[in-house]
Write a protein that binds this ligand. Structure first.
Ligand SMILES: O=P(O)(O)OC[C@H]1O[C@H](OP(=O)(O)OP(=O)(O)O)[C@H](O)[C@@H]1O
Length: 203
């Protein structure tokens, strides 16, 4: 997505395809507030200034399994460095659907540990009211020490949901790994977070 006009066209297109604000926000990796602003601006009657948000596109990496592997190895390296400091070993890697899955798969292979998948709730009302689930087709997370993997952290609601549900089943989230951290945080849900890129606003 090269500029705001392209972002507006994409938001309008997704809306005309029947997606609601939360779904468009997920698709474009921006906040709901930004989607509302983009859709309002498309009608040329906006007066409010744009919300402070960052749109993230990483398909130059996602389109290539080689680049995905490189990114996954870099994330493994960062996670291992942190875990070694606290002398912890992970039992499994959890990929958050959809975009966290290919990265988590490669990380699990690199670390030679189990692999699980978390289906994020595809929300229409708001993630705070709905929860995702662990897929039964992959490793059981109960009682395990887990690394949570996703592409982007925006509000942190998704990773927090995963961490809370892990604790509820006696598992321990010991690390979070993401490509882009829009929160600019060291910890999320009381778990240390590693990210390749951290977004910091200076205005
Ligand atoms: O920090 P949060 O505000 O919770 O937002 C981050 C989540 O939003 C996107 O998920 P999406 O549902 O769009 O899934 P995708 O992986 O299919 O893009 C992204 O991949 C993260 O999982």
């Amino acid at each position: 997505m090269k500029n705001i006009e392209e972002l507006i066209l994409k938001a309008v297109e997704l809306q005309s395809n029947g997606l609601v604000t939360g779904q468009i926000a997920n698709e474009l990796n921006v906040s709901r507030e930004t989607v509302t602003w983009l859709l309002t601006r498309s009608k040329k009657d906006v007066v409010a200034p744009a919300p402070k948000d960052i749109s993230v596109t990483w398909n130059s990496v996602g389109q290539s399994s080689y680049r995905l592997r490189c990114i996954s190895q870099a994330l493994c390296d960062m996670v291992i460095e942190k875990l070694e400091r606290t002398q912890q070993d992970a039992d499994l890697v959890i990929g958050i659907g959809l975009s966290g899955i290919p990265i988590a798969t490669m990380m699990a292979e690199e670390l030679q540990i189990d692999f699980a998948i978390f289906h994020d709730y595809d929300d229409q009302k708001g993630k705070t009211h709905q929860r995702g689930i662990f897929s039964r087709n992959f490793a059981d997370v109960d009682g395990k020490k887990c690394i949570i993997v996703d592409d982007v952290v925006s509000s942190g609601a998704t990773v927090t949901d995963v961490a809370e549900q892990l604790r509820e089943v006696g598992a321990t989230p010991i690390a979070v790994a993401v490509i882009v951290d829009k929160m600019n945080a060291d910890m999320i849900a009381n778990v240390p977070m590693s990210s390749l890129f951290r977004i910091t606003r200076v205005d």
